[in-house]
Design a protein around this ligand. Structure first.
Ligand code: 5GP
Length: 180
């Protein structure tokens, strides 16, 4: 990790503990049931890979990839599906895994379309939540950390395609994006 570019917010070890806690809670809540875990690409892939190994109930997994219309600072709230689920979700308990909930526009849209497809339940699990930025009323069911309005990278999260491989969640220093 290049510490000239980032400040560590949560270390790999802290995240490991947090992910275990989340996995235990999810396993207890869904005891006796089965789950379809849906990861939102690309950001959630690292978190999801760790989380599913801490969940001790039968599950299937699938992925969706979405992109927002407009720039990231001025998104219209409309979301385009770039890659849809491979399987039907009818009658299933769906747990959506997201890296970070920011304005909530993406997850609000995704939850709506998943509910329209006749699943039994839809819950949301995110590693990070930035409630101060919310524009759409999304309340995740499982939250790793609530964070202030900083731009974070690492543990799957990128800036311009970089930093996804950093093992920690880090705040990107403004000098990095001001120089771009
Ligand atoms: P929302 O629709 O909630 O505003 O968008 C959530 C998406 O925005 C996340 O899945 C992520 O791709 C991106 N995002 C929001 N905040 C951050 C951040 O601090 N860092 C990074 N890397 N992506 C973010």
């Amino acid at each position: 990790m290049n510490l000239k570019e980032v400040d560590v917010l949560f270390t790999a070890e802290e995240i490991r503990e947090k992910v275990k806690e989340l996995g235990n809670k999810i396993s207890a809540d869904y005891e006796g049931e089965s789950l379809l875990v849906v990861g939102i690409l690309k950001g959630a892939f690292v978190f999801m890979a760790d989380l599913i190994r801490e969940i001790d109930i039968p599950m299937e997994i699938d992925f969706m990839s979405v992109s927002s219309y407009g720039t990231s600072s001025e998104t219209s709230g409309e979301v385009r599906i770039m890659k849809d689920l491979d399987f039907s979700i009818e009658g299933k308990n769906v747990l959506v895994i997201e890296d970070i909930v920011d304005t909530g526009l993406t997850l609000n849209y995704i939850s709506k379309i998943l509910k329209q497809r006749g699943c039994s339940s839809v819950k949301i699990c995110c590693l990070l939540d930035k409630p101060s930025r919310r524009r759409s009323p999304v309340i995740p069911d499982y939250i790793g950390y609530t964070i202030p309005d900083n731009f974070v990278v690492g543990y799957g999260l990128d800036y311009s395609g970089r930093y996804r491989n950093y093992p920690a969640v880090c705040i990107l220093k403004p000098s990095v994006y001001n120089n771009d």
